[in-house]
Design a protein around this ligand. Structure first.
Ligand SMILES: [Zn+2]
Length: 106
């Protein structure tokens, strides 16, 4: 992770810590703090991944065509997106994947 991204994360967490200071103060031992912060970290990872996947999905749908990963021929992207649950390292990520069928490869 580069310094700029680390600083962005710091600012995000600083804001969260200030807004949630009463709740954080009620947390118990270091082990409990670590359990809860790991859970928050997983949630941040899932939400950020879902956000980026959705952005790419919307961009591809707006573009209307996508190059086939097999043959490279451009194929139309369908208007309907397919609901999908990905099993990521930090848990399940739900999003709607664009559908594109290559007329050459199917
Ligand atoms: Zn193809």
């Amino acid at each position: 992770m580069d310094d700029r991204l680390r600083r962005e994360v710091f600012e995000l967490i600083e804001g969260l810590a200030v807004r949630e200071k009463d709740r954080l103060a009620a947390w118990g031992t270091f082990a409990e703090i670590e359990d809860l912060t790991a859970e928050i970290g997983d949630e941040v990872a899932r939400q950020l991944a879902r956000f980026e996947l959705t952005r790419r999905s919307e961009e591809m749908t707006e573009t209307g065509v996508h190059a086939c990963p097999e043959c490279g021929k451009e194929a139309p992207v369908e208007a309907e997106r397919e609901p999908l649950i990905l099993q990521g390292m930090r848990g399940e990520i739900e999003y709607r994947e664009p559908v594109c069928r290559c007329t050459r490869c199917r």
